[in-house]
Design a protein. Structure first.
Length: 411
């Protein structure tokens, strides 16, 4: 192994590999994390009006319990078992509404509680392909929501965000805001709120669901951005460059924000290195896997380069509306998104109304780089957009074939 560069030796803040990273952490190269006060829930949800509120038992609660660090576990994606036509799922729907060409599909007329295992497998595949899938008017309760999530993978328990007051629901993540706390819009840039959930975990989430149980008549929308589309938008040279990189994802700022709010941290924060481009194990499509919420540093390149590249990718996620879908919730709407291939954010325009939602979060596999995916499967990982163009017989644009040399430009 190459000699480990310590902070003193390298002098320029270059971090090369995991061993170097660990050393750098020991040397406190990365200890300058700002804290993050989470706007997605109120840390001080009181008991006001609880008698009248049917979902008071799901209001935020922060149990004082301590959990061990997570270890790697075996997961198999249900999408592998799905029929690619998804005929069982689609034939049960009154309507299949694609919301944009790139991301987001709404299935109308399905009661999720009635889905067979075959239909759930097809749902996993549809979510993997479309990034996020919506259903309205779903009566399923949180136990049924957890059962479906558990079907997709072993459930994640969040180290810091609230769980419901009702005992036995430690795997549920509560989103809650009401009149008691006015979200401070000036505390955040809208860019930094974009995230994929808990990407600092060794096995971050896969087919995640959020059901809104109480929500405003308008406002409180959620937006998702496609990592496949971001990858596809890049030039071949940029794609190849990013495919060779890894990045550090950190739980520290989130934990520090909780600590500062006087909340108990149930599992110590961790930092994990993941590939910058990951391949979805079922679709085989390449997706950019960095997010403003948790990705701090591209490894093995100068810090200025890491900052510039991450900043570029973060702005594309947040600003390129062609990658995005925006959903307006009604009470009993539920979204299933594939946290491996999309990022998301929410609007905070609904105060003083109450917005209350419950999330169930299955663990996915450890993120796999293009190189690892290709050597494990013997298949070639794909650019989703090129696959679509090929399917439709559309010519691939010059910008996707490689840079032209601009000959004669300066002659
Ligand atoms: O409030 C929302 O719409 C999204 C909250 C969130 O990021 C999550 O539950 O993962
Ligand atoms: Fe989230």
């Amino acid at each position: 192994m190459a000699p480990v560069a310590t902070r003193e030796e390298s002098g320029n803040g270059i971090i090369g590999n995991v061993a170097e990273l660990k050393k750098a952490q020991a040397n406190k190269l990365l200890d300058h994390e700002p804290m993050f006060i989470n706007p997605f829930y109120s840390p001080s949800a009181g008991n006001e009006n609880d008698d009248d509120y049917q979902y008071a038992k799901y209001k935020p609660h922060f149990p004082v319990v301590n959990w061990k660090p997570l270890t790697e576990i075996e997961v198999t994606d249900r999408g592998h078992l799905a029929d690619s036509s998804k005929a069982a799922l689609f034939s049960a729907a009154q309507k299949v509404k694609h919301l944009t060409p790139t991301i987001g599909t709404e299935l109308v007329g399905i009661d999720i509680r009635q889905l067979t295992n075959q239909q759930k497998d097809e749902l996993a595949l549809l979510v993997a392909e479309r990034g996020v899938v919506f259903f309205r008017d779903q009566e399923l309760n949180i136990h049924e929501q957890l059962d479906i999530a558990r079907y997709f993978g072993p459930l994640h328990k969040h180290a810091t965000t609230p769980v419901p007051r009702e005992p036995g629901l430690e795997e549920v993540h509560v989103v809650y805001n009401d009149a008691a706390r006015r979200p401070d819009a000036s505390a955040f840039s809208k860019i930094e709120l974009w995230h994929s959930d808990v990407t600092y975990e060794i096995q971050p989430p896969s087919t995640t669901s959020l059901k809104v149980i109480t929500g405003p008549g308008y406002g409180g929308d959620t937006l998702w951005s496609s990592g496949y589309a971001l990858y596809s938008s890049l030039s071949p040279g940029m794609q190849t460059y990013l495919e060779g990189l890894t990045a550090l994802h950190s739980a520290v700022a989130q934990a520090e924000g909780s600590r500062a709010a006087g909340l108990h941290i149930r599992r110590e924060p961790i930092e994990t290195v993941h590939p910058v481009v990951r391949v979805h194990p079922v679709t085989g499509w390449k997706s950019v896997y960095v997010n403003p919420g948790f990705t701090r540093r591209i490894l093995g390149v100068p810090k200025s380069e890491s900052d510039t590249i991450l900043n570029f990718l973060f702005h594309q996620i947040a600003e390129n509306v062609d990658f995005q879908v925006r959903f307006h919730w009604e009470p009993n709407s539920i979204a299933f998104w594939d946290n491996r291939v999309v990022t998301h954010t929410a609007t905070f325009d609904f105060w003083p109304q109450t917005r209350h939602a419950l999330r169930a979060t299955p663990h996915g596999e450890r993120p796999e780089s293009v190189e690892d995916y290709e050597s494990r499967t013997g298949k070639v990982a794909k650019d989703r957009q090129i696959e679509i163009w090929k399917e439709r017989g559309i010519e691939i644009p010059q910008s996707k074939k490689g840079p032209s040399r601009a000959r004669g430009y300066n002659d």
